[in-house]
Every structure is written in structure tokens, then in C-alpha cells.
Design a protein around this ligand. Sequence first.
Ligand code: DQA
Length: 154
Amino acid sequence: MNGPAGGPARAVLILNGPNLGRLGAREPDVYGRLGLDDLRQAAAGWADQLGLAVEVRQTDSEAELIGWLHQAADQARPVVLNPAAFTHYSYALRDAAAQVPLLVEVHLSNPAAREAFRQTSVISAVAKGVIAGFGFDSYYLALAELARLAAASA
Ligand code: DQA
């Protein structure tokens, strides 16, 4: 797999927070009928197309997610993060996200159009940008932007 200038593909982590392992079964009217494995498969195709090397992870554990962000920070790896419910209250996750040089916050649904508690994100201020409301395409759009930024800085 080659990156934008024919060099090695840029490694990007897609990190997903709690309950996103239940995609497909969980509130399909809100989150769709496709599962996390479908996201993995789609992400592999997008990665090929965009010249990225993508790894998709999911955890229900705040500590594990924070550990992955520390790893990304140490390796200077860009991150696409769906923090799920942690979005709305986890200052610990925010402090970890702030250490990652390039992080895009994504959501399948549009939290701004949902319950009041979802309308606050404690993560957005430390993200490069936020993409929400487009289902799996939210992840695609985030990856496309990371690929564009990588090409622009090559
Ligand atoms: C979500 C939105 C959050 O409010 C919710 O807690 C999730 C998923 C989304 O992708 O739409 O678990 O992050």
C-alpha cells in the first residue's frame, strides 16, 4: 500500500468508545443496521483508496481508550475518534485526546439534533475538526481529510 507521494501509507487509528461494539443490534434506527465488522471492512477499502493504513479498534473501557490515545500520541499517529458517550462528560478522555497531534472527532448520528445531554462535547475543543451525522460516511470523510492533510504536508 502506497501513500500520497508513492511512499509508505500513513498509519491512522480509528478508535471507538463504549457500545459501538453493538452496532447493528443497537438502536438501528439511530445507528444503522451495519456492524463494527462492516465498518472494519469499509475502512480497509477506504484506506486502500486513500493511501492510508487504517486500524479499527473498539472498547467499552475508558482506561483502554485513554491508553490507545497515549500510544497514538507517542507514535504521532493521526486518530479518528468516536468517543461515543464519553464525548459528553469524560475530561480524562479529553486530556488524552489533547496529546494527539491530529485528531478528528466523528459521530454516526448528529448529537446536536438529539437529547440535550448529547449537545455538549468535551472533546471537540481539542479535535482538529468534527464530522457528525453521516453514518459510516462520517469516518470516510474524516479519513479523506486526513489523507488530504498528509498529501499537503508531504
Ligand atoms: C455517538 C453519539 C453519542 O451521543 C452516543 O453516546 C454514542 C454514539 C454517535 O456515533 O452518533 O454512543 O457517538
